[in-house]
Design a protein around this ligand. Structure first.
Ligand code: SF4
Ligand code: SF4
Length: 508
């Protein structure tokens, strides 16, 4: 058994060393390491720090499930609906922008995952699924279920959704070797990965030279071994003892190699790499917000990654569109035109066309037109053009999600207090904590989020066009600018409609 374990570790290390030469190392241009901050930094570096955060969210998840299954089935008075659909979502989008992927760091769904890994080492995730197509499908399915089953209005179904999450995470992590659930399937994780690219922090190494001399690459291979091992590493500054053993830490679950990390994509901020590195060479570096969005080569040039980013922005619009009355008119007209009676089929048509088909076609059209107008048909292929402009959809997409989710959050920012009071058997103080913020202020926040996202997106698109097309940047950027302006116009139109369903039902 031990022999097998050692062979696996050696295989993995060898595989990694072959695939990741220690050239091409990267260090974020920052001297500010959040992990060196007095209290927060120490807590985050602490071996049990993540477990404490996860345990708190696990406790919250248990409360939601209990209230969802046994409490009042009124959306406005049940923790299972108020906490995730009103507060959690609003806070997550703001935290992603201001701090980074803190939700994945504290994710309680990763706890059964760790348990799953104890039961089985698992096998490799199928090569054909090692991309973001599954994540796109799971995101679309979640949003479709949300519309079809009115998840925001059902504490019972929301509780079952949380349970299903735990079960899926456990099964996938038990079945496969790497963190397959987080990396390839989890819709929440995929959302967080994409919008954490706008964050002001990123995992990075402090001294790239150290990594050139590092033997074990523990940041990705881990320092865990079933029996103690001792190694002497020659690094700049002298020899260092490196110990592996049962107290060691696993390497990066999503197979990121710290000295080559240039993006927050796929980083769950678990900080395992920080704890595994024997040379204390990894930090959570501060950076200019969204720095990677302007860096060529920071993202892989893959259709699945680019399309995920672009479709998430589109899903932001269609998810908000599901709240306003024109969606009913569209549903009715589709039902009449095609003589459809099944609501799921109608919703599948509405959201399949508006979230998947139309945005993909428009983006391919913009890329083709940009290549044509800039005279670069031979120089840049369709895939690399879409990949280059995909980052420009991050700020706008995030702006739309912020506009939507902060709407719910600001309508009842403290409503979780009376709901919690009632859960604990007391009278809920609705008069004090159930009030909404001023509607004009909420509208202003939404406008700032959309306009700010649009301006940031246009700036990125302009930089990309200048880099790719040089003197022909203006015609090359034109289709992308028009596309971004058009969807911004649609966003303003959607958010200027009276928000009928979720906002009013939940708090009427
Ligand atoms: S374990 Fe540390 S020193 Fe070694 S490659 Fe990773 S970050 Fe660099
Ligand atoms: S181990 Fe991987 S996922 Fe975790 S913080 Fe480090 S780079 Fe990110």
């Amino acid at each position: 058994m031990r022999k097998k374990q050692r062979k696996r570790t050696a295989d993995r290390a060898t595989r990694h060393e072959q695939s990741a030469p220690v050239s091409n190392l990267y260090r974020p241009a920052s001297a500010l390491d959040v992990l060196q901050w007095p209290v927060i930094g120490r807590f985050l570096r602490w071996r049990q720090g993540r477990l404490v955060l996860q345990s708190l969210l696990l406790l919250a998840a248990v409360l939601l499930v209990v209230d969802g299954l046994t409490g009042p089935q009124s959306a406005a008075r049940n923790l299972a609906t108020v906490a995730p659909w009103v507060h959690f979502r609003g806070l997550v989008v703001l935290i992603l922008l201001l701090a980074g992927n803190l939700f994945c760091m504290a994710c309680p769904f990763a706890l059964p995952r760790t348990l799953g890994k104890r039961f089985s080492r698992g096998r490799n995730f199928p090569r054909v699924l090692r991309n973001k197509w599954l994540a796109i499908a799971s995101l679309f399915t979640l949003f479709l279920l949300y519309e079809w089953l009115d998840l925001w209005a059902s504490p019972w179904l929301t509780a079952w959704l949380i349970i299903a999450y735990f079960v899926a995470s456990f099964l996938l992590e038990a079945a496969f070797r790497e963190s397959a659930f987080c990396k390839y399937l989890c819709p929440l994780g995929s959302f967080n990965f994409v919008y954490a690219t706008s964050a002001p922090t990123q995992i990075g190494v402090k001294d790239a030279e150290m990594c050139r001399h590092c033997v074990g690459h523990e940041c990705v291979n881990g320092s865990y071994a079933t029996s103690p091992l001792l190694r002497l590493d020659d690094i700049p500054g002298g020899q260092v003892e490196v110990r592996h053993g049962p107290q060691g830490t696993p390497g990066c679950g999503t197979s990121l190699f710290a000295p080559q990390i240039r993006s927050n994509l796929d980083c769950t901020l678990c900080l395992d790499c920080v704890r595994a590195c024997p040379h204390d060479n990894i930090g959570l570096m501060a950076r200019r917000p969204g720095r990677e969005l302007l860096q060529p080569g920071a993202w892989p040039q893959r259709f699945d990654v680019s399309i995920l980013v672009i479709l998430l922005a589109a899903m932001g619009l269609t998810n908000a569109f599901g709240m306003v009355s024109p969606v009913y008119a569209l549903q009715e007209s589709l039902a009449e035109t095609f003589n459809l009676r099944n609501e799921l089929i109608i919703l599948l048509l509405v959201f399949g066309i508006t979230s998947l088909l139309l945005p993909t076609l428009l983006v391919l059209l913009a890329a083709q037109l940009g290549r044509l107008l800039s005279g670069s048909l031979r120089k840049h292929n369709l895939r690399s053009t879409v990949a280059a402009f995909a980052p420009s959809f991050v700020p706008f997409g995030l702006g739309v999600w912020i506009a939507h989710y902060t709407f719910h959050l600001l309508l009842a920012p403290f409503s979780f207090i009376p709901v919690l009071q009632e859960f604990l058997g007391q009278n809920g103080d609705w008069a004090r904590f159930g009030t909404s913020l001023d509607q004009t202020l909420i509208g202003l926040v939404q406008l700032v989020a959309i306009a700010g996202g649009l301006v940031w997106s246009l700036l990125i698109a302009q930089r990309v066009a200048t880099r790719m097309y040089r003197l022909d940047a203006v015609p090359g950027m034109l289709p992308w600018a028009l596309l971004l302006l058009a969807i911004a116009f649609i966003a303003v139109w959607i958010f200027s409609q009276p928000m009928e369903m979720r906002g009013s039902i939940l708090f009427s």
